[in-house]
Ligand binder design. Structure first.
Ligand SMILES: CC(C)(COP(=O)(O)OP(=O)(O)OC[C@H]1O[C@@H](n2cnc3c(N)ncnc32)[C@H](O)[C@@H]1OP(=O)(O)O)[C@@H](O)C(=O)NCCC(=O)NCCS
Length: 228
C-alpha cells in the first residue's frame, strides 16, 4: 500500500472519495459538511491531503484545513474504503496527515471533533487531549460546517459549548514544555523521531503507542463535519 501526500495524480479518485464520504455518513446516521468535488479537488491538487492507494485502487483519504488564520489546523474527512477497514489504514493515514500538518503549520494547534471511537483512539495516540469546545477555533466558518449535522440543534441549544462530538486538541507548546522538563537521551524512540513527526517521542505516551502500532500492523510505510 502507498500512503502519499496528494497531487494532481490523485484527482482521478475524487468522485469515489466524495461518494464514500457521503455513503458512510448515511450509514452512520450522522451529518457531515458537504464536501464538493471542487473543494476536495483543490485540497488534492494543492498537496493538502493524504491519499492511500493499492495497485492503483483508492484505499483511504484525509485532508488538512486551517482556521483562525492558521492558528488552528484540523485533519478532516478521514475515510477508508470499506474493504480496507480494520487493518490499520486510518491509523497510518492519520499519522501521515498529522506529520504533514506539523510540517506545514508547526505553530498551529491541531484539533478534531468526532463521535468515532477509532478516531479518538488514533488522536489520543498522536498526543491529542480531550477539551471543551471553547478551546477550539472560534472561526465562524468552521462552526457553520456543523449546520448539516443531524445534531446541529443540540449544538445551538448548548450555545456551542458542547454537543455529541468529543473535541480533541494537540497543543505544540505542551510538547515543547515537556521537552524542557525531560531531556533524557533518546534511545528506543529514535526510530520514531526520525520519521519526522515533529513532536517529542520520548515524552508523548502516544508515541509509545505508535511504536507498538507500527510493529503490530507491520506498516508498509509507504494518514459533521467531523474534523478528525
Ligand atoms: C473510522 C475509519 C476511518 C477507521 O478506519 P480503519 O482503517 O478501519 O481504522 P484502523 O484499522 O486504523 O483502526 C484504528 C483503531 O480504531 C479501532 N476501530 C476501527 N474501527 C472501529 C470502529 N468502527 N469502532 C470502534 N473502534 C474501531 C481499531 O480497532 C483500532 O484500534 P487499536 O489501535 O486499539 O487496535 C473507517 O471505519 C471509516 O472510513 N469509517 C467511515 C468514515 C468515518 O467514520 N470517518 C471518521 C469520521 S470522525
Amino acid at each position: 500500500m502507498e500512503i502519499e501526500i496528494s497531487s494532481c495524480e490523485h484527482l482521478m479518485y475524487v468522485s469515489e472519495i466524495q461518494q464514500e464520504m457521503y455513503d458512510s455518513a448515511q450509514r452512520r446516521g450522522t451529518g457531515i459538511a458537504k464536501r464538493s468535488i471542487e473543494y476536495l479537488s483543490k485540497k488534492i491538487s494543492e498537496g493538502n491531503a493524504v491519499v492511500a492507494t493499492e495497485n492503483g485502487e483508492w484505499v483511504g483519504f484525509c485532508y488538512i484545513e486551517t482556521w483562525s488564520h492558521g492558528k488552528f489546523v484540523a485533519n478532516s474527512g478521514l475515510i477508508v474504503s470499506p474493504k480496507f477497514r480494520n487493518g490499520g489504514v486510518a491509523t497510518q493515514i492519520k499519522h501521515r496527515v498529522f506529520q504533514l500538518s506539523r510540517e506545514k503549520y508547526p505553530e498551529a494547534k491541531v484539533f478534531g471533533l468526532t463521535t468515532g471511537l477509532a478516531v479518538m483512539k488514533i488522536n489520543s495516540d498522536l498526543g491529542y487531549k480531550p477539551v471543551i469546545y471553547s478551546e477550539l477555533t472560534q472561526d465562524e466558518e468552521f462552526w457553520s460546517g456543523c449546520k448539516n449535522c443531524v445534531n446541529y440543534e443540540i449544538l445551538m441549544k448548548k450555545e456551542r459549548k458542547n454537543c455529541l462530538c468529543t473535541a480533541m486538541l494537540f497543543v505544540p507548546e505542551n510538547i515543547t514544555k515537556n521537552e524542557a522538563v525531560n531531556d533524557q537521551p533518546k534511545d528506543k524512540y529514535d526510530e520514531i523521531s526520525q520519521t519526522g513527526l515533529g513532536y517529542s517521542a520520548q515524552n508523548s505516551p502516544g508515541e509509545f503507542h505508535l511504536a507498538i502500532n507500527k510493529n503490530k500492523k507491520n506498516s508498509d510505510e509507504k494518514e459533521g463535519h467531523l474534523s478528525v
